[in-house]
Design a protein around this ligand. Sequence first.
Ligand code: SF4
Ligand code: SF4
Length: 460
Amino acid sequence: MISSMERVSRFNGDACDRCGECLHQCPVLQLPIEEARTEMHNLIERGGSTIVLTRCTSCMSCDIYCPKDAKPYGLIQRRWNERYKKTGAPPLYRFVCPTYEPNIWQLLNLFVSPEERGWIDEWMNGEPGRDDTILLVGSYTRLFPFILGRSALLGFFKPIDMLDQWEGGAYLYQGGYLDLVRDIALRCREDLQAWGAKAAVPLLDAVYHMFAHVHPREMGVIHVTPFINFTEWLKESLDTGRITLTRSLNIAITVHDNCYSKPMGSAVWDTHREILKRCGCRIVEMRHNRQNALCCGFGRGASWKRNISMPFEIINTSMLKFREAEETGASALVSYCAGCIYLLWAAKELLGSRIDVYHSIEIVRIAMGEDVHPPRDHVRRAWDMIAIITYQWIVSLFQKNFAIETITFDDARSTLIPRRYPLLRFIRWTFNSRIMQRGYGRFFRFVMGLVCRGGTVPSP
Ligand code: SF4
Ligand code: SF4
């Protein structure tokens, strides 16, 4: 047992025999075995690499491939953490830092509907009681609160969203900001102790994994609140009749397994598939699935080299996911991770893909007989996000790398208050035109082809 407040790395250097299998089997790098061994040697002995640290998509699969259970992704995180301490975070990363501005949630305030605003306010300002089971809605779900708002599923919980809990540190952890994750774990422990609730149910498997496994095992932070995995709760609710399904969707879908599903394995992969089958979905698998699944693209930001090229490298990674999804012939790509879905919606528009993209909660709600928002709202939110990313990218070109020093909101939550942003409003206004949407998609793919040499750009 590690002592409180200590952080330990997952990588077990004593177990690693530098066989290179992890990077050889990596679905992204696919390094020849000799090169994989050299990379591992450099990562361990020299603290750097020529390939991995600038091309890894943080998909976490290598931890599964390692025959010695040495957890090589932990080594990659450690090296990224060292890079962060040396160079800071790229300016575009303010995008996902709620305590810095402008951030994605602050900017999205300009575009959410009054109904969405109401849900967000309720989740943000809720006061849990001791008898409550809290649903930790999470930072990413609040980017599209309509997937959950008005659902009977909310009636089982007290929904709460604390943006400055940073999803338990999940996305910072993925990018190797490990010391910050420990600070966030301690901050979350304070919140949870103050609430004293009966149990907490993170909506994302990733956040459940952070609270239940990463905080105690790697960050030395043990929570007293019991955690329940939402996916398991949902499956059990269907088994026991707590939730009943009244409609069968009768469609072919393909399932996106996110990076955080890897440490949890079959418990996540199979349970989600079982739930979706009960909703009447026929599942057609992508070439890479479960332990080999490719990242949605978001994780590619972890291996950033130049701030200027980050959005193109991220969407170029998404392109591989869409190509595999389209090859299945399924009519929809279903993600069970809110952290992936906003990016997948944006990538679908930029890449001109015709496959529909749904969150698994939307599928369950349809099968429950609930009215969900139509796909045109996915498109609307996707262009909100594309406008915000474009704006933030332009702003970031005039900013320097930065250190994330503040993880907690000031009392006035000033970094959530929207300002005027005339340029952002103008960009978003132009994206109301279908012609502009198509033109911007073509432009983006053209630049992406130049920036990401070797990446193939699909036809619109
Ligand atoms: S981490 Fe595992 S797979 Fe990778 S080189 Fe070490 S022992 Fe081999
Ligand atoms: S995390 Fe994924 S992309 Fe990165 S080295 Fe491991 S398997 Fe490859």
